[in-house]
Design a binder for this molecule. Structure first.
Ligand SMILES: [Zn+2]
Length: 364
């Protein structure tokens, strides 16, 4: 099958082409000698990236393979052709053998402590000292990423229960150094201000949520060049989480409300400090899959330029994850739109054609 891509083919921040072709599943800018099977007109973008997504996870924990497949298909049909999972209790290595499912970069299981994360989601270690060893095990199980839970409510504090860090700073430093020694990168779930400095000292490679970042910490994150996945769809749920905690954990509830109230300002502050703000839906768990357009729209609502959000949802993050975008000879993983999503972010809601590994896998 030969596809002719025509219109505006977006390569990156700077470069566009007027046309390209798909031959034998690969992209080329050289006109093939055979007639194309189909002509796809429009705005052609490198396949979208959901950088915080949990295939294999639902509200009560791990799901079976059939459910995980439906999750992956929902992501794919939304234009997401590359997923970095941010921890999954199910072994989803098989997804990587399926040509019709998005490319998947797994992080193994979330690393947490008993009662210090959502039940049935993570791997609960017996002691904080077990973290460095567990990081090495999950690094071996995953595809180059490890996910830590850096802070969570400590309910043992009773009415004073609030977000507190899970790991001592020296343990975190040893754990991150261990991951780096085997070539893995580390990302961390963090809501609280109190966990961030130790994560940055330890040399973490990415931050998830980072809702507690202070101006000084934002400056540190910027200086270190660490991206932050904003997960605004997830942060939108903080008000409901606070309401559940009002009676027993008033401190925690007040904190979650404050983090919720400043969520858009935080995203603007990160962007103004030139921190890369990544697009991740946090699908799996309580949020449904296939909502990359909603997350992107939230980031624009927060005040980020649509061009920046689209770049982060596509070529820039593909490059950061080491997966090629639209380039000569690379796998044809592209999404075609009727209009330019860099001008109107809502365009992302309606991909017209999704091409994965050279095959048309979804069509409006
Ligand atoms: Zn998550």
């Amino acid at each position: 099958m030969v596809l002719h891509l025509r219109g505006t083919v977006v390569l990156d921040d700077e470069r566009e082409a007027g046309e390209a072709w798909v031959v034998g599943g690969r992209l080329t800018f050289e006109r093939p000698s055979v007639e194309p099977t189909a002509v796809l007109d429009g705005w052609v973008l490198p396949g979208l990236v959901d950088v915080h997504c949990h295939i294999g996870l639902a509200a009560d924990g791990a799901v079976d393979a059939a459910t995980a497949e439906l999750q992956a298909l929902a992501d794919r049909d939304s234009g997401v052709l590359l997923v970095r999972d941010a921890g999954s209790p199910a072994d989803t290595a098989w997804v990587r053998d399926r040509d019709d499912l998005p490319r998947l970069i797994r992080a193994g299981r979330h690393l947490a402590l008993p009662k210090r994360y959502l039940r049935h989601y993570g791997r609960e270690l017996g002691s904080t000292d077990d973290l460095p060893g567990a990081v090495l095990e999950e690094a071996a199980r995953g595809d180059g990423w490890v996910k830590l839970v850096a802070d969570w409510i400590d309910r043992d504090l009773g009415p004073d229960g609030d977000l507190t860090p899970l790991w001592p700073a020296d343990v975190l430093a040893a754990a991150v150094a261990g991951a780096h020694s085997v070539g893995a990168r580390v990302t961390a779930h963090t809501f609280a201000t109190e966990s961030l400095d130790a994560l940055l000292d330890a040399g973490v490679d990415c931050l998830e949520h980072a809702t507690g970042a202070t101006p000084d910490q934002i400056d540190r994150i910027a200086a270190l060049g660490i991206p932050v996945t904003a997960t605004l769809l997830q942060i939108a749920q903080f008000e409901a989480i606070a309401a559940q905690g009002d009676e027993r954990y008033p401190r925690f509830a007040a904190r979650m409300r404050a983090l919720h109230a400043r969520r858009y300002q935080l995203v603007r502050d990160l962007h103004e400090a030139q921190v890369p703000v990544l697009v991740g839906t946090d699908a799996g768990g309580t949020l449904s899959h296939g909502r990359i357009a909603d997350e992107a729209a939230e980031l624009v609502r927060a005040g980020l330029p649509a061009r920046e959000v689209v770049a982060a949802a596509s070529w820039r993050t593909r490059e950061w994850l080491g997966v090629p975008g639209i380039a000569e000879g690379e796998s044809a993983d592209v999404v075609v739109y009727d209009a330019d999503p860099r001008e109107h972010i809502g365009v992302l809601e309606h991909p017209r054609v999704v091409v994965l590994r050279g095959a048309v896998v979804a069509q409006a």
